[in-house]
Design a protein. Sequence first.
Length: 452
Amino acid sequence: MTLSLEQLQQNATVWLIDDDPDLLHALQQGLELDGFNVDARHEPGDLLNVLTNDTYGVVISDIQMPTINGLELLQAINELDAAFPTILMTGHGDVPLAVEAIQKGAYDFLEKPFPVQRLVEVIKRALEKRRLVLENRSLRETIDDHDPLSQRLVGRAEPIVYLREQILVLADTNVDGLIIGETGSGKEVVARAIHDFSARKNAPFVAINCAAVPVDMIESELFGHESGAFTGANKKRIGKLEHAQGGTVFLDEIESMPLELQAKILRAIEQRTIEPLGSNRSIALDVTFLAAAKDDLDILCREQKFRSDLYYRLNVVSFTIPPLRDRREDIPLLFFHLARIARSKYRRDIPPLTPEIVEQLTQYSWPGNVRELRNYADRFVLGMWDGFVQTTPTATHGDLTTRLHNFERSVIEQELIRHGGSLKETYLALGLSRKGLYDKIKRLGINVIDEV
């Protein structure tokens, strides 16, 4: 949740240092009237013992002071935390020193005399920058300092913490299970985590998308076949179940499997044996079966579109992945994690994660869950962030012109992401000229950085 300006000011400390008691009192009074928590001092004193890497605040110091001057104080603060904002105040003759201070890392400097309101505006900007620094550090520490499973299944919300605990407890039991989650929630990520944190981690992990394999080929894909088992079977083929020996089989979108094949899968799960097509030879299986469906299998069973005995056999243990809308507090953390992956992929720096962007991230409903969030993280790192207005490819409202506009924009954005922001590769992939792509980017209002 993004804090209001008043909350930001109340949570921060402004250290104000000047050996002129009248000026010090006047500035303190003005800042406190503006809602700041002010610690006014005639000299730094023990300030350096108070500041830490987690301190939220700003130091404002005069340059010329009897015990330690502003430049020495700046250097000492930078040694503690180079990202801590220090604002220096200077008389007219000290402007060259102030310029030197900026070069050495001061956030800003003000030439005396100045109105309090000007100082207020500088402090607000400095605190906002400090808040972003602290938030980004917290995100990095949360990701980097946790165990390997937390780096895969990122989040601190109770449902995702429970999911991680469940995986660690059950991964070594070799129990078959059902992974429940909406489209894009990361069901294969969970399946692979269960495999990798089990004793089977050094054996194969075989993921099979039942919806992607043609119906007339899926039985052969799963069980294998002997040479001559059917027309076109010119040589023996080892099926994916046999290939997974000692490991894990993940059956994704299992509801797409034909009913007659569901009976054979059920038999394989119960007996732990298979028979390749065209063979009377039984092969013993040593695998863990995990399955996932994009539809509610309980409802499909009642509609007799899925075998209830297979459902009950798979549903010995269920791993539920919460949708993003039910763990909004995790969205900034997960977005930052995905942005770091995009940074490595595209070799781009991660732009500042502003409060406005965080607000948009946490307020959006994320119907595509983590998969959709990953797309936005890619756009963000590629410099194409423009919020959520008319950017989702599922937009179907508006007249024909609006729908075509949205569709065309979505296609170009996806191609730019796929080609790492390269305009040349994008216009070649789309069959456009360079000028043609430029014209469309301008007309559709797509923000992009040209690397060509």
